[in-house]
Structure formats: C-alpha cells, structure tokens
Design a protein around this ligand. Structure first.
Ligand code: SAH
Length: 262
C-alpha cells in the first residue's frame, strides 16, 4: 500500500487530523502529508496557517457549512474524494481533531476502500485532549479518575442512552457536540442516578482565540451554558478531575488532605 514513505505514489487519500484549532498542534506527519497534497478537502474551522502547509497550486475544497450553503452530504464528500484519487491526485482529507473520534473517518475509509483505492490515516489531537491540556484539567489522575469516556451529545435517541455508568466517582465523562443539549443531558444523567453535585466544566473554543473553561455542578450545567452564552465548538467534562483544573480548589483539597494526615 502507498505510504508517506513513498512520496511518488499517486492516486491515494490521506485522512489527516488537524487538531482542535491551534496550528501548532499539527503533527509532523500531518505537515508532511499537506506538503504532498494535490487536493485538500477540508472541514470548516481550519486555520489558514494549517492550509498554508499545502503547496500554493494544491486545490483547496471546503465541504463546510457556509451561511447559505449546507454541508455536503457524506456520500457527496466520498464521491468527491474518490473522483480526485482516481484522477491520480494525492488527496488530503483534513478533519478537525482526530479523524476517528466523531469525525466520520471510519465511513470515509470504508468508502475509499470499497472503491479499491489506497487510504491511510494520520491521527490528530482530539478536542478533549487539546481542551484538557489548555484548561490544566487532567482527564485521568491516580487519585481521582481511572477511566475516561468520550460520548456524542447530539446523537440518535438521546433519551434511550444511558451514560450514568460513565459518570461519577473515579471516572471522567467527556461530551462532544453537547452544548446545545446541555440542560437535557444533565437532566438525563441525574434521572439515571448521577449526583447533581458532580463537578462539570465546559471548555469552549479550545486552543482557539477566545477560549475559556467554565465550571459548575451538574445540576446547574444547562443554566450555566445559557447564562454564559457558551458558543460552539465546546465540550463538556464531568468528573472530580474538574476540580483539579481550578488552582484554588486544588489547594483547598491539598490543605484538607494535609490536615487529615496531621
Ligand atoms: N474529530 C473531532 C470531533 C468532531 S465532532 C475531534 O477529535 O475533536 C465536533 C465536536 O468536537 C464539537 O461539537 C465540539 O464538541 C468538539 N470540538 C471540536 N473542536 C473543538 C474546540 N476547539 N473546542 C472545544 N470543542 C471542540
């Protein structure tokens, strides 16, 4: 199969994770792939500094939502990629975050393979990882959390989902695409038995200009999102690790631990 080690190989597609926003979070392999591109098919919210790694002559195609225009349906994106690969182009399919975390990368790989064409995937920094680092919020911690789950908050049949086992003591739950539904998600988690006092954080525009991380308790999540006018893209993090992201709280916790040891 064609690989990055064979830059002369034509007619192939490379799915590339562009990371959560900051162009500095691209991998070296992502940059290498972009440099080799004849065609770059990209989502919205990609920094121009990322696209600048592609040669000036590379054809840049946005499949993003633009005011009047709708996002291209997945089948149309697949067809577009396949047509360019068949024409002998190196197609870089650039995706926000990581291609295999809520990025439909799996569907695109299947489509390209079904067409009998070579495809490879370069991972990217997913929003949870970029956002957690920026907010100084460890997703796992030996004292506080030994498991982390990524769930999609905007999915078929939210009411039938049961994530209660994924949230609570010693666990971290990260919800992608959930801010528009935040109140309903919080209500559902509490109805399924999660403590209304569980700390939650909303990380908005992670690694992008205007980024912020705001915290509250699960029972107040929906209200906080409305009060603070949280905008997309944002993730929700639920778990005790959220307290670690707040330096003052961390100090208080440590002081308490020290007291109990004294
Ligand atoms: N493949 C992407 C996720 C795509 S789904 C990844 O691995 O990150 C889109 C969702 O990702 C958004 O609704 C939001 O929840 C999250 N997201 C993407 N970029 C983000 C950012 N810079 N800050 C916060 N959340 C982000």
């Amino acid at each position: 199969m064609a690989s990055l080690l064979d830059p002369s190989a034509r007619g192939r597609v490379i799915l590339v994770g562009a990371g959560p926003g900051d162009p500095g979070l691209l991998t070296l392999k992502a940059v290498e792939a972009l440099r080799s591109a004849d065609v770059v098919v990209h989502d919205g919210l990609i920094d121009p500094a990322v696209l600048d790694h592609a040669p000036p002559h590379a054809h840049r195609i946005s499949v993003a939502k633009q005011r009047a225009r709708h996002t291209l349906p997945q089948e149309a994106i697949n067809a577009l990629i396949i047509a360019h690969v068949r024409a002998g182009s190196i197609v870089v399919r650039l995706k926000g975050g990581d291609p295999f975390v809520f990025g439909r990368g799996g569907e695109e790989v299947e489509a390209v393979r079904a067409a009998g064409l070579p495809v490879e995937v370069i991972p990217g920094v997913s929003a949870a990882l970029g956002g957690a680092a920026e907010a100084m919020l460890p997703l796992t911690h030996r004292d506080w959390s030994s498991a982390v789950s990524f769930v999609a908050g905007q999915c078929k049949g939210l009411s039938e989902q049961d994530w209660s086992g994924l949230a609570g003591k010693s666990r971290t739950l990260v919800i992608y695409m959930g801010v528009a539904n935040a109140g309903a998600i919080a209500d559902k988690l509490m109805a399924d038995g999660v403590d209304p006092g569980l700390p939650v954080a909303v990380i908005e525009k992670a690694t992008l200009p205007g980024h912020r991380a705001i915290r509250t308790l699960l029972a107040d999540l929906g209200d906080m999102v409305a009060r603070e006018n949280v905008e997309s893209p944002a993730i929700i993090v639920a778990g005790e690790v959220v307290l670690l992201s707040d330096a003052e709280n961390r100090l208080r916790t440590l002081a308490k631990q020290a007291e109990s040891l004294a």
